[in-house]
Structure formats: structure tokens, C-alpha cells
Design a binder for this molecule. Structure first.
Ligand SMILES: *[C@@H]1O[C@H](CO)[C@@H](O)[C@H](O)[C@H]1NC(C)=O
Ligand SMILES: *[C@@H]1O[C@H](CO)[C@@H](O)[C@H](O)[C@H]1NC(C)=O
Ligand SMILES: *[C@@H]1O[C@H](CO)[C@@H](O)[C@H](O)[C@H]1NC(C)=O
Length: 382
């Protein structure tokens, strides 16, 4: 009897088991039996080792770049025949990474997953070959996922990957990340139905710009959205980002636009969404703190920018200023008798005030030094 006949459950993870085994162990299950990790990077991967993961809650499969076309040669069993067994699985999170996956195999995997209680699916660095990816056969048999992550998935078919995956998803999706997919737009047509979506990550898509945010007024439809991440995209103007959010009347609470070149374009007058509590402007080449800041801002990450002055932001309770040149800049400015200005205008040289400050600092330092030696002498005498 073949492995898959004895263990019909294993069909969940596609017919990976139908191949003869070779090589060394490639799957590891932790002591609690909750997390299972397989690395099939070996030249002749031992695919049937995946049986070890059958009872795990979280399963990570690394395909080692192999093409899974080989599995298409075998007959694939119908997941509906083992629906009860699939329902009994503990599987909640599945990651499939680094492989070339033919669309019919992906279809079969998604079908099997619709019978499980999976909550989170991540497809990372995959090439989806042999399109099309067919929609679910029966309506209502879609994936009840809470979170879907697609990163670096290369779609070889016509149309967009999201249009192919979209029909599988239930509108109850809470978190969606579409990163490193070369998107140039916020995928509105495909996203329209996700009224419960509260986290959207569009990072690492360099072609997304401020215009992509407004063009289709997509965010207008995502009224439950609380977290928006646009890390390392093509944003250039903080003012325009603010205007785009203003136009979409979004209730976003946390905005991450780190790793964007925001320092070059001057600030445009704009009111940030009232709900905004956290703003990440790390690695953004900012020379000054944009004003005004969101009204209720609590968390601000300004790390690794070009700030030359320590900003005073009393309302922000969680402020990150790491990696800015102001510590160094203010020390050197003091030495040169130069006063740093707060509003990013050209610094004025040799002002009377700065000179006085320097004199004061020098005498204070001298005093401290003298006192230190005095005390040391006294202490030594004892
Ligand atoms: C997978 O195994 C290969 C060797 O076969 C190793 O080089 C690689 O680092 C491993 N990857 C992970 C994510 O464990
Ligand atoms: C995105 O575009 C780059 C450059 O054109 C390419 O190297 C990369 O494979 C593309 N990635 C995807 C997921 O399509
Ligand atoms: C802000 O973004 C940077 C870079 O993407 C990240 O390292 C940092 O943890 C983020 N800060 C917060 C407060 O989430």
C-alpha cells in the first residue's frame, strides 16, 4: 500500500507523498508537536517526510526552488472524499516557500485547505506556472482565512495573480499582505469585498506612489482598515500621502511609510486622519519633523533620518530618534558657535546667544573638573 493510501490526510499538502524517498531527514517537528518545518533544498528532496507534519498547528515548507511539476504526473485524489479527516486537522498556519508550483497543483492544495480550519496562509517566493488557476468548483467552498500573505509570488499567467486568487477568499479576511509583487496600484477591484480587512501591507512594491493611493479611491472601501504599511514603495511626498488619506476618509490608526524618500518634496498643508495614533517615518531622509503632526499621535518613529535638531514633541509618548545626526550636529555646532534652528531654515552663524552658551558650558565643565579633583584629594587624605 502506498503512503498516501494509509495516510489519506497527507493529501492536504498536495500529492507530495507519491514520490519515492531518498536522501536524509528534511522535516523537523518541535517537542510540543505544534510547529513543523521542512526544508527540501537537497538535490533529491525526501518529500514523503512531510508526513511528520500531519498533526502540527503550524507548518512551514521550504521547497528549495524545486519545480513541483513532477507531482502532476500522478493522479491526484479528490479532497472532498476525505473532508471529515481534513476538518479534524489541527493545522492553522501554513507557509509554502521557494518552489515552482503548477497552477493545477495549487488549485488542489487550495481545495484541500477549504475543508480544514486553516486561518493563515503564506505563499512566499513562488513561481506559479501552468496557468490558469481555476476558481473554486462549488461556490461556498472558499478559504475562511483570517490572514493571507503573498510575497514575491511570480505569476506566469495572463491577468493578475490577485484576480486568480481572489475568488478563493471569503470577505471575512482580516489581514492581507501583498508584498514584493511589483504592484503599481492598490488592487481595488480584487479588494472591494473585504469589508472586515483591518490590516493591509503593500510594502516592497516600488511602483506604488501617492497617485496609486488616490486613483481608484480604493481605501474608501476599506473602512475597517486600522493598519496600513507602505514600506519601501515609491512614495516621495509626505504631504501627498496625507492628502491621499484625507481624501479617502480612512480610519487608519497605524501608518508605516518607512524606507521611502520623503525628504525632498516640501510639505503641503494637510490634515492627517483623526484616528492616526502611530506613524513610522524611519529611514525616510527627513531633515525636519513634518508639521502639523496627527492630532492624537502617540507613537512616532523618526529613526535613521537626517534630523539636525532634537525635536520637542511632548504629546508623543513613544518616540524613536535613533540614528539621527543631531547629537553629533549640535555638539559640532556648539564648537563652531553656530546655533541650530528648529524650523529647518538656514542656520545663523556666530550669534551672541550661542557664544554665551559655549562660554557657560566651558566654565561649567571647568568647575566640575575642579570640584572632582578637590573631592578626590580630600578622599585621598582620609
Ligand atoms: C535548507 O537546507 C539547506 C541545505 O540543504 C541549507 O543550506 C539551508 O540554509 C536550509 N534552509 C533553511 C531555511 O533551513
Ligand atoms: C519584479 O520585477 C523585477 C524587475 O523587473 C523582477 O526581477 C522580479 O522578478 C519581479 N517580481 C515579481 C514577483 O514579479
Ligand atoms: C518602523 O519601521 C522600521 C523600518 O521598517 C522598523 O524597523 C521599526 O520597527 C518600525 N517602528 C515601529 C515603532 O514599528
Amino acid at each position: 500500500m502506498e503512503t498516501w493510501q494509509r495516510w489519506p490526510l497527507l493529501l492536504l499538502l498536495a500529492p507530495l507523498l507519491l514520490l519515492p524517498s531518498s536522501a536524509s531527514a528534511s522535516c523537523v517537528l518541535d517537542e510540543e508537536g505544534d510547529n513543523c518545518h521542512c526544508n527540501f533544498s537537497a538535490p533529491k528532496p525526501e518529500w514523503d517526510r512531510i508526513a511528520m507534519c500531519i498533526s502540527a498547528v503550524q507548518v512551514d515548507l521550504h521547497g528549495g526552488g524545486h519545480s513541483l511539476d513532477i507531482f502532476l504526473q500522478k493522479e491526484i485524489a479528490d479532497p472532498s472524499k476525505i473532508a471529515d479527516i481534513l476538518k479534524a486537522l489541527r493545522l492553522r498556519r501554513l507557509t509554502v516557500k521557494g518552489a515552482q508550483v503548477p497552477a493545477p497543483l495549487l488549485h488542489q492544495l487550495l481545495r484541500a485547505l477549504t475543508y480544514t480550519r486553516i486561518e493563515e496562509l503564506s505563499l512566499i517566493d513562488l513561481v506559479i506556472s501552468r496557468p490558469p488557476l481555476l476558481p473554486p468548483a462549488i461556490s461556498g467552498s472558499d478559504l475562511r482565512l483570517r490572514a493571507l500573505h503573498l510575497h514575491g509570488v511570480w505569476w506566469t499567467g495572463e491577468g493578475s495573480l490577485l484576480a486568480a486568487v481572489g475568488p478563493w477568499l471569503k470577505p471575512g479576511l482580516k489581514a492581507l499582505s501583498l508584498t514584493g509583487l511589483n504592484l503599481s496600484y492598490v488592487p481595488c477591484p480584487e479588494l472591494g469585498a473585504f469589508e472586515e480587512l483591518n490590516s493591509l501591507d503593500l510594502s516592497d512594491n516600488p511602483e506604488i506612489t501617492e497617485n496609486s493611493l488616490t486613483s481608484a479611491l480604493c481605501l474608501l472601501k476599506l473602512q475597517a482598515l486600522k493598519d496600513l504599511a507602505l514600506r519601501n514603495t515609491g512614495l516621495q511626498s509626505l504631504g501627498k500621502v496625507c492628502q491621499a488619506l484625507e481624501a479617502t476618509r480612512t480610519n487608519v490608526q497605524r501608518l508605516d511609510i518607512s524606507y521611502n524618500e520623503l525628504g525632498k518634496t516640501p510639505w503641503t498643508q494637510c490634515t492627517w486622519p483623526a484616528a492616526l495614533l502611530s506613524l513610522n517615518l524611519s529611514h525616510a531622509n527627513l531633515k525636519c519633523v513634518p508639521e502639523p503632526l496627527p492630532m492624537k499621535l502617540q507613537q512616532l518613529d523618526l529613526s535613521y533620518n537626517l534630523l539636525r535638531k532634537h525635536p520637542r514633541l511632548p504629546q508623543v509618548t513613544d518616540l524613536n530618534l535613533e540614528g539621527n545626526p543631531f547629537a553629533f550636529a549640535s555638539a559640532s555646532a556648539r564648537l563652531q558657535g553656530e546655533q541650530l534652528t528648529e524650523d529647518c531654515t538656514v542656520p545663523s552663524r556666530g550669534s551672541k546667544f550661542a557664544g554665551t552658551t559655549l562660554a557657560f558650558l566651558v566654565s561649567a565643565a571647568a568647575l566640575a573638573l575642579l570640584r572632582g579633583t578637590g573631592e578626590f584629594a580630600l578622599w585621598g587624605a582620609n
